[in-house]
Structures are given as C-alpha cells and as structure tokens.
Design a protein around this ligand. Sequence first.
Ligand code: SF4
Length: 287
Amino acid sequence: MKVVIDPDSGFCFGVNRAIQTAENELKAGKPVYCLGEMVHNQVQMDQLKSKGLRIVMHADLYNLKGETVMIRAHGEPPETFRLAKQLGITLIDATCPIVSKLQERISESFGSGNDAEVQIVIYGKPGHAEVAGLSGNAGNKAIVVSGEDDFHLIDFSKPIRLFSQTTMDGEGYIKLAESIKQQMLAKGNTNIVIQKSVCKQVSGRAPALRAFAAEHDVILFISGKNSANGKYLFSICQQVNKQSYMVSDISDIDKNWFATARTVGISGATSTPGWLIEQVASTIKEY
Ligand code: SF4
C-alpha cells in the first residue's frame, strides 16, 4: 500500500508564526498565557501546554495584572487591547497579518462616516474568535451570516460592505455574494462593495486538494473537530472521494478502511501540525 502526504498540508503561515512566537516565549522560562486555544488542534495544544502554555479566557484577564498574554492568530477586538492596557498586562500580538489587514479594512469601511446606513456584513461562523475580532472593528455592529437562512438579518435596501472570515470557503462566498446582490437589485439597490477576504491559504488549496483526493483510493484528513477550514477542506475530499475519513489523531483510525486500498492520501487542515501528519503516515505504513 502506497502512502502519500499532500504537499500542501500542514500549518498555514499565520498559525505557524503564532506557534513559533509561543515557543520562543516559553523558552525564556516565564509563564505565558494565551487568550483562547491557540490552534483548533487538540494534539498540538496538548504539546504546547506540556511546555508551559496556559490557556485563559477574557474573564481571567482581571487576575493577570503584570503578566504576559498572547493574542493568537485569530486576532481580538479593540476592546481586548484597551482592557489589557488598563490592567497592566503585556500583550504579545500574534494576530496573523492577513487577519490584521482585514480588521483594518473593516474598521475603515465602518468608520468612513459618509453613509450612516452602511451595513458591514461578514460571511462567517457566529461566535468564532476571528469573527468576534472582525465585528469588534465594526463597533460590534457587523451582521454575521453563514448562509441564506440568515438573510432576514440584512436590510437589502441599504448599502452593504461585504467581507468574509478568512477561513470560509471561497466558492460559498462567491455564491452568497451573488445572492445578496440579487436581493438588493430586487429593491433597486446596487450599493454593495464585495471584499475578497477568504485567505488564499484556504481557498487556494481547493483545486489541488480535489485532484489529490481523486488520485487515491482512501483519503485520511487530519483535523481538529472545531476547525472551520478543516470542515471545509474535508468536504472537498468527500465530494470527489467517498472513501474519505476525518480523524483527529491516530486513535481515530480504523484499519478496516484500508482493506482493499492500494494508495492512501493523507492531508490536513491549516491548523494540523506537519509532525502529526508524518506520525499518521508512519502508522499506516506499518499496517
Ligand atoms: S488561514 Fe490565512 S488568514 Fe487564517 S491564520 Fe492562516 S494564513 Fe492567516
């Protein structure tokens, strides 16, 4: 049985940068706190925690005066930065630069002030950490939609500035934008600006992943269960290969999946560490 690792899998640039930052800080031997789970991958988180990283929530900030707290790649709303300053907390900002840029663009659109009726609409997962940071840059007034079922939240007669959470699926975003435009046109409104804000580290992988998944008898996709891009990228594998399985780590694997397989392709989300992908590949080779 041939086992092939998808060359595009592994951490995206933003997550890699945040983890490197945490590891450098931990080497200095001081306690490092991180606001929320650094990456949607339990195996990687367990490893960082074993090196001393402590995960805290917003409410914990009030007890961390004088300490160092990391902001993860998803970013945070401006209130978090203000609160940390007030509380005398040193922040290490590991927000992905792509997310920071998007926050700036949302803030500019929100603050342009020419039209008080402008609605900032974000295609994303309500409650997701990145979405909270993005919405915070629109005075927490952004309208978050994850599909047409949420259209009742939008007033299609008013101007719209449309953005996407960086890890949403690019194809879904194009369809949603088209649908919003149609609803606006029905009301004689063409005042919409659509920003291309799906990260290429996610959307750019779709065509190559589709081809990779079609090439192999079985696909193992490694991802944390809470990863938005993991769910999206896995759905692409499933579209072209019915023998696609999503696993968090080695313990989820069932040997029976490979009974008749000649080739197995292994891929992962942008939050899946390369070492975990290698570990799964070695285990399967032993079968
Ligand atoms: S998916 Fe893109 S935007 Fe999100 S953290 Fe990774 S590199 Fe940054």
